[in-house]
Design a protein around this ligand. Sequence first.
Ligand code: IVH
Length: 676
Amino acid sequence: MPTSKLIREVQALRERLDDWNYQYYVLDQPTVPDAEYDRCMRRLNELEAQHPALQRPDSPTQRVGAAPLDKFRQVSHEIPMLSLDNAFDEQAMLDFNRRLLDRLGAQYQPLEFACEPKLDGIAVSLLYRDGLLERGATRGDGSTGEDITHNVRTIACIPLRLRGAGFPGLLEVRGEIYMPRAGFEALNELARQRGDKTFVNPRNAAAGSLRQLDARITAQRPLQMCCYGVGQVQGGALPDTHFEVLASLQEWGLRINPESRVVSGIDACDAYYRELAARRELLPYDIDGIVYKVNQLALQQRLGFVSRAPRWAIARKFPAQEEMTRLLDVEFQVGRTGAITPVARLAPVFVGGVTVSNATLHNADEIARLGLRLGDTVIVRRAGDVIPQIVSVVQSRRPAGAAEIVFPQRCPVCGSAVERSGDEAVLRCMGGLVCAAQQKAAIRHFASRRAMDIDGLGDKLIDQLVERGLVENVAGLYRLTREQLLGLERMGEKSADNLLQALEASKHTSLPRFLFALGIREVGEATALALARHFGSWEALAGASEEQLLQVDDVGPVVADHLVQFFDSPSSMEVVAQLRAAGVSWPDLAVAAAELPLAGQTWVVTGKLEAMDRDAAKAALQALGAKVAGSVSARTHCVVAGPGAGSKLGRATELGIEVIDEAAFQALLARHGSAG
Ligand code: IVH
């Protein structure tokens, strides 16, 4: 028999673990280090194993049940789980508001609405009896769903027992189970490594994870739930408004969406829609719109339902991020380093707010992964500013005799041989600088804003210069004459003079920019900066041995190899000599690395930054002397965290490391004269 002291210890451990879970999963405020949590969990497991009499189904240890099921039981929903009417534009929202006021009476203007993100997941019902989780079920067809109790019990943010007091004896909570994007990416990465099939999107991954007969599989999936309403309620009362119901659910230990808000009037609904649409990509999960609900429950009651949807709620949908279209053709583009990239030509389709007619296919592996053939119907995804991607092939719509996609045997631009080196997935044109495509791409890169910043030297102009044989490589740019320029299409005197002036101005540059502009493989902005800072001058860098190059932060064997090849190549050195002869110059870096303001410090950048991308933030930190690391450790000096920051931020908080947001980061850069 366990002693009363043991019983008290077990109870205390459970309470502590429940509290920590609540703080972590529901309130999003982690309070204990993982190690402490694990220690308590181990101790509780140990005590329960030693004293089976102490085991309880709602103990935090009891999330994964025993044997897998052989089939799902059916569940009928006492109160049907409804769907929502959709609104696709502002007019449909105004019509919705008008219908409500027509039924209720004009004195209710402005109506109060609860606004919630419409999560793209799986609708579920959780039944709590006397505070204990009794059953979890899918929506199914709305009146009959499947019993997934064994699976929902494994989801950490779903309480096995409600917290506090005041909840009804029977409470059915409804909400959406979904997979956050980061978890989805990680899950797919794991699947790829194991050679398993990947999931098409987070919604499918969530659905697949819940449709498991073996809860041990579900337990390994990064699932979450947000609750958005109630079904059956007996033996207790709920507050008068939807929003207060949500607040009660949260107090009882259920997760609700922190973005939920109450607004007054339909115009404020639109403002909320715009605000969330703008932040959509920054949220850690996929949403496909906003759900608006009349906040007063008494008014909801009066409004009632039409067929399958309530009159008191509506879903305003965002423009779809995925659409179906047809693959018309695949073209092969040759990049700066000769990499041959297949590009899909698509029947134009409106997706993610723009018309898309091209999508990159990356490489042969990607085409094989998709199993893509010419003429296929495909799902195209464009989220935010991300370039459009083909996410899958609709197999059932494949036309008879659809041809395989064949990679070219020779460079489609210059006819040189193509090669696949080592275990690289990419195919490369071996033509080097004789390949017009590589010439053009090298010049475009050289002229770009973050490289030599040659204003007015656009893609069309570069095409003409190369095609007419006026410029073969970047050094040729500085030999262009006014007469040559005036002979080009769409080139007036003013533009020609401006371009010559921009070329002249670009000659005064910096060593990091120049190094980056040369387009040496794998030498991005951050590496160029690290090299320039380490060696201080072109001569020191060009003369460095492979061992010396490897001393530089950021430089590994691959980069060092590309650098050595570049400096050993007579034709590359000739181009550099010509550039310098034309007057391209830079001051050597005067400030010794050790004197820089952040010298000796290690920083980490995580989450999404608004004003600059992460590479630029990294480069800015390195320019101030900091080392930028990929993970947080005890040696980290400071973490810059943008929205969506995840485990790194958690780790930093745990270790008590300073964390600053983007505004503070920009202020720091401004103080050191290097903002933007
Ligand atoms: S309320 C009677 N609120 O959207 C009200 N649904 O198209 C029924 N959904 O099956 C649902 N987020 O899976 C509601 N905040 C939210 C929601 C939401 C996502 C899903 C839910 C439902 C579907 C209706």
